[in-house]
Design a protein around this ligand. Structure first.
Ligand code: CIR
Length: 264
């Protein structure tokens, strides 16, 4: 049976709303087109469902342009959920509504307390450990808080560095299976994946590193044919989803969902 780090029964997503044009971005390359974003989002949700997952599809959250990127608000583990405390202050108000949703699946939702800061995009959960990348959004206090909260379930947290100028740790990597990661060359060169098998993104296709393994599928952004071919050649079933609009706000495949199997 596939491991708990790649096999999930549930996902939560949130529709992009009209305020998406006010979303945060490191570099302004133009506003996302809402209709195109929604079409990509629908395709993404369809991909999740095609693996058998039950997807809770939330409406856009008024006042929070980046709320479509639900991953940053919580970490869902098989044993329990932990509400994040985003480093982006304009995103902290997204958390309470997600906690409400998660209370429908988990008896208790633990919380990261101020002033610690940590976002889900910096957290890679593998079969054997939790890697957390320090970034502009995630600090050492956030990592320490996550460590304290998750050790009750037997997890080991390992702190790593997000490459300079990169929004989140997982902007540059993804889990492909229990022992394999997809990574940009620059992140792999840091040595943080020692002990894992690594499939590197093709040169010039670094933006394809943010993919997700969700049950039988690797869901990756469309438009990166050489990386897609590498993944297919390595035996993965690949489904490509348009990401041009989310990418204008530094978003990718992992950001758009919480993926989990609630405790029985
Ligand atoms: C932000 O800057 O917070 C959003 N525009 C993008 C968040 C992407 N989330 C992720 O990588 N997990």
């Amino acid at each position: 049976m596939a491991g708990r780090s790649i096999s999930f029964s549930h996902a939560v997503t949130r529709l992009p709303g009209v305020e998406i044009v006010n979303g945060l971005r490191a570099v302004d390359i133009g506003n996302p087109d809402l209709a195109a974003f929604r079409a990509h989002h629908a395709d993404y949700v369809d991909a999740l469902k095609s693996t058998g997952a039950a997807v809770t599809e939330l409406d856009a959250l008024a006042g929070y342009p980046d709320a479509v990127f639900v991953e940053d608000t919580a970490l869902c583990l098989p044993d329990g959920a932990i509400a994040m405390r985003p480093g982006a202050e304009t995103r902290q108000g997204e958390v309470p509504s997600m906690v409400e949703v998660l209370r429908g699946f988990y008896e208790e939702v633990l919380t990261i307390e101020a002033p610690a800061r940590i976002e889900g995009g910096d957290i890679l959960v593998t079969e054997r450990e939790i890697l957390v990348g320090l970034s502009d959004r995630t600090d050492r206090a956030g990592v320490a808080a996550l460590q304290r909260l998750s050790e009750r379930w037997g997890y080991t947290v390992r702190v790593v560095e997000t490459p300079p100028g990169v929004l989140h740790f997982k902007t540059d990597c993804s889990l492909l299976d229990e022992e394999t990661v997809l990574s940009t060359g620059r992140l792999a060169a840091s040595g943080c994946f020692k002990g894992y098998r690594i499939v590197e993104t093709a040169d010039g296709e670094e933006a394809s590193a943010n993919a997700i393994r969700f049950n039988d599928l690797v869901i990756m952004p469309a438009g990166f044919p050489r990386t897609a071919a590498r993944l297919a050649d390595s035996g993965y079933s690949v489904r490509e989803v348009g990401n041009s609009e989310a990418a204008k706000l530094d978003g990718g495949m992992s950001c758009l969902s919480l993926r989990f199997t609630p405790p029985a």
